[in-house]
Structures are given as structure tokens and as C-alpha cells.
Ligand binder design. Structure first.
Ligand SMILES: [Zn+2]
Length: 260
């Protein structure tokens, strides 16, 4: 069993600091090896940091329309059945189940706020200056502004397919983005600059080794790395090979659209 003290001490060694914001991605595990589970994990993380952001994504607000712009990595008209299950975004809507318990537990901390993107919203603690920069057509502005303040990424029992910040690197390397649509209480809204697929992101792992701090404790693996280093590695990879970090699934519409 990992205790709060052990966890806090370990996290301290990762070089996180209250002076720099962090974006945290956590697996949907129950974290049974930690005494007190996700709550203890969150406590140890916030003891070592100040501004903390975590995804609160709600893909279940997305609709597939009958038509739209070409080369958009989507089959128009394919969502007729699924569209009936779509839920309108509401700021109180829980994040998708796939994100596990962490965002829900995080959101109960006093002072946590949420950005307003109907698909790619973030929860943030002491992070109003980052959350408020997000717009419908610039969902990754939150991360961009965290990077400007020497922010770090923290990955807990997840690999780079969960590392949303890699999408910011793709954007900065001028990789094409997509348009998606989300239902809100009043409207169907167009969300421009929607990122591509992340299934191929683990190809970045070895290039990031020199920048990653890591902590391994009974069944728990935490990695921390500076956003600036991450983004510069992504940009270099895409500059060298325009198809870098795309996935190999033959039917992946977004990666295929980018290869074109
Ligand atoms: Zn793909």
C-alpha cells in the first residue's frame, strides 16, 4: 500500500513546483495500491503544485452532420443513429466515463472552475488565467498559455495516447486540424481547429526520455515533463517526417486525411 507521505515525497522529486502550472492526465484505474485511492493521489499532487488543469472532455455532445467541408476526416451522414444519443453540453455535465474518477473527484475541490468548450473543456484549480483563454476555435489555448508560463505535463498510469498537449505541438507544426460539431442547450455549434487522432502518439516515447522525470511505486507510474520540451520534440518530428505520430489503423479517417 502506498501512503500519502510516500506519494507526496515521490511527487516532490519530479520537479513540480507551485510556480509552474501543470496539466494532469490520469488513468481510469481505481488506484487500489494507494491508501485512500484517487483522493490521496489528488491530495499529494495539489500539495506540490498550485495551478492544476485536467481534461473534462465530453465527446458525447458531438454530432455528425449530413454534409460539411471536404477532407475533414469524417463520413458525413454516418451518424444518423448515434446522433439520437447525443447530449447537449451543459457546464455541469460530468466528463465522459472514459476519463475515470479523477476529473470528478478533482471537480469537487473548492475553487475548481471549468472552461466552456462543448467538447474539449478543462477543469482547473487556480487556473482562471488559462481556462479563460479557450475559445470554440482555439480549444488548446489553455495548454499554450500554460506552456508560456513554463507549465508541465503529468501522466499517471497513462501513455502518450492520453497526452492532449501533443495536439498543441501538431498545431504549432502547422498540421491540418478538423471541424467538428457539438450540441449545446441552444444550438448546434461548429468547433474549428479540432485535433486529429492520438492513437499513434506512443511513437514519441523514446524521444522524450531525456526530458521525462519519472516515479514508479507499487503499480503506479508517474511521468512529468516540461511542455516546452514536449512541443519542441513534436515539432521536430513532424518537420522531419510529415506523417510522424499518425496511427497505422487502415480505417482511421483523421490520420488518412492527414496523409493525403
Ligand atoms: Zn489515427
Amino acid at each position: 500500500m502506498i501512503s500519502y507521505r510516500e506519494l507526496e515525497k515521490g511527487i516532490m522529486k519530479l520537479g513540480l513546483s507551485p510556480s509552474h502550472p501543470v496539466i494532469i492526465h490520469v488513468a481510469r484505474d481505481p488506484f487500489e495500491s494507494i491508501k485512500g485511492g484517487v483522493e490521496t493521489l489528488l491530495g499529494a499532487l495539489t500539495a506540490n503544485t498550485y495551478a492544476v488543469v485536467t481534461p473534462a472532455f465530453t465527446y458525447r455532445t458531438m454530432l455528425i452532420p449530413e454534409k460539411g467541408p471536404p477532407d475533414n476526416g469524417i463520413t458525413y451522414g454516418s451518424g444518423r443513429q448515434a446522433n439520437e444519443m447525443v447530449e447537449a453540453f451543459d457546464i455541469r455535465m460530468p466528463p465522459d466515463e472514459a476519463l475515470g474518477d479523477f476529473p470528478r473527484v478533482f471537480s469537487r475541490l473548492p475553487g475548481v472552475e471549468r472552461s466552456k468548450h462543448p467538447i474539449l473543456s478543462f477543469f482547473g484549480l487556480h487556473s482562471e488565467e488559462y481556462l479563460s483563454t479557450q475559445t470554440l476555435s482555439n480549444p488548446l489555448a489553455v495548454i499554450e498559455n500554460m506552456m508560456a508560463n513554463d507549465g508541465q505535463v503529468v501522466l499517471i498510469n497513462v501513455d502518450h495516447t492520453a497526452n492532449t498537449s501533443i495536439h498543441l505541438g501538431e498545431l504549432m507544426a502547422n498540421r491540418k486540424t478538423f471541424v467538428r460539431w457539438a450540441l449545446t442547450e441552444n444550438d448546434l455549434v461548429e468547433c474549428a481547429n479540432f485535433p486529429g487522432c492520438s492513437f499513434g502518439f506512443n511513437a514519441i516515447s523514446s524521444s522524450l526520455e531525456p526530458y521525462c522525470g519519472s516515479l514508479g511505486l507499487a503499480g503506479l507510474e508517474i511521468k512529468a515533463l516540461p511542455l516546452r520540451d514536449l512541443i519542441s520534440v513534436v515539432c521536430n518530428m513532424i518537420q522531419k517526417d510529415p506523417s510522424a505520430l499518425l496511427c497505422q489503423r487502415p480505417d482511421c479517417e483523421r490520420c488518412n486525411a492527414l496523409r493525403k
